[in-house]
Each structure stands twice: as structure tokens, then as C-alpha cells.
Design a binder for this molecule. Structure first.
Ligand code: MN3
Length: 211
């Protein structure tokens, strides 16, 4: 996420079969190789004419969106957000057999800010299922390490100057249609078995702002 222009599609940190049967390899191929790849390509196309911005990281671009030339703002918002959101999403998944759990410090924050792990997932589920149309639901930390749930539409990201996203749920239909058709609740419940809490914990421990 610290990379700058030209952005490169990162390989998945696991094989295309690694998340079967929760997410099939067809879903991962289309989602990563086609959908995410298009966001990377279109982000680079949008930035190509503006060399003054080629040294900015993706979080910096998304935070300074309105300092960009107006002609590039919508494309960077949509495609830069698409790269940011998918990078976070894919990086926090792993096969359920990995059996990861939150670190002591993340678990303490979950208990303090949600009243427990199940309560956190209940709030995240409400945000994911309540998002009309396409978008994302997140667990984020603020600059004091306080956790909360939020949701965005389309490929928008939370305000990265105020919140560090720790994990996210893609609720665009392309994330689940091949495996779950229109059943977003089934997808959400299954996806929660794939969350790599080791990575989420690391994101929490590194969340003191480093744009
Ligand atoms: Mn997606």
C-alpha cells in the first residue's frame, strides 16, 4: 500500500483454490484478475498525465483527492478506492483451517468498544447487509485506537486522515454471485470464517497513522 505510480496488481497471498469451498477459484480469478486488475489499469491511466502526483502513495492520493486536477478526481476516487479496498479485502482472507484469532491488544479493544467479538460481527453484519447496492463495510480504528464499524458506497473509502481500516467486506455482487447468487447474508456469514485475524491484528498494531 506504500507503492506509488505506476501501481501494479499484487498477486493474491494464497492460491486461487485456497478459500474453497467458501469462495471458489472462479470467483477469485474474476474478482482479482479481472475486476481488481481493471481498477489498477484505470487508476494508472487517470494519473498518467499528472506527473506531479506520481510520488504519492494510494492513501495519500485518496486523502488529497481534491488537490488533484479536477479532471482526474472522479477516476482516482473510483479506481484508487477500488485498488485500496480490494488490496485490504484480499489481504485479510485465509482458509478457515488456519484458525487465526485476534491478538491480545485487538481483543481488548474489541471487548472495550463493542462488548465482545460476536457483538462486533453483529454490527459489521448489519452494516454489510444494510448497504443498499454496491459498497463496503469495515472495522476501522481511530487515532486513539478506538474501533468502530462503518460502510461506504461504490468504491469509496473511509476518511483515511481519521481512520485506519483494519478489515473490510466487499458487498458488490461480483464478490459472491458465482458462489452465493443473491444471498448476501450467506456470503457474509461464510466470509467471516475466512478472516485472517493475524493480519487484522497486525493492521491494528500498525494503525497509528502512517500516510
Ligand atoms: Mn470487488
Amino acid at each position: 500500500m506504500n507503492k506509488t505510480y505506476p501501481f501494479v496488481l499484487q498477486d493474491l497471498p494464497y492460491s486461487y483454490e485456497a478459500l474453497v469451498p467458501v469462495l471458489g477459484s472462479d470467483t477469485l480469478h474474476f474478482h482479482h484478475d479481472k475486476h481488481m486488475n481493471a481498477y489498477v489499469d484505470n487508476l494508472n491511466k487517470a494519473l498518467e498525465p499528472y506527473s506531479d502526483f506520481h510520488n504519492l502513495s494510494l492513501p495519500q492520493l485518496l486523502t488529497k483527492l481534491y488537490e488533484l486536477p479536477q479532471a482526474a478526481q472522479t477516476a482516482v476516487r473510483n479506481n484508487g478506492g477500488g485498488v485500496y479496498n480490494h488490496s485490504l479485502y484480499f489481504s485479510t482472507l485465509i482458509h478457515p483451517n488456519a484458525g487465526t484469532t485476534p491478538s491480545a491488544s485487538l481483543q481488548a479493544a474489541i471487548d472495550r468498544d463493542f462488548g465482545g467479538f460476536d457483538q462486533m460481527l453483529t454490527q459489521l453484519r448489519q452494516a454489510a447487509l444494510g448497504r443498499f447496492g454496491s459498497g463496503w463495510a469495515y472495522v476501522v480504528a481511530d487515532e486513539n485506537g478506538v474501533l468502530s464499524i462503518c460502510s461506504t458506497a461504490n468504491q469509496d473509502v473511509p476518511d483515511l486522515s481519521k481512520f485506519a481500516p483494519l478489515m473490510t467486506v466487499d458487498v458488490w455482487e461480483h464478490a459472491y454471485y458465482l458462489d452465493y447468487q443473491n444471498r448476501r447474508p450467506d456470503y457474509f456469514d461464510a466470509l467471516m470464517t475466512l478472516i485472517n485475524w493475524d493480519v487484522v491484528s497486525k493492521n491494528y498494531e500498525q494503525s497509528a497513522f502512517c500516510l
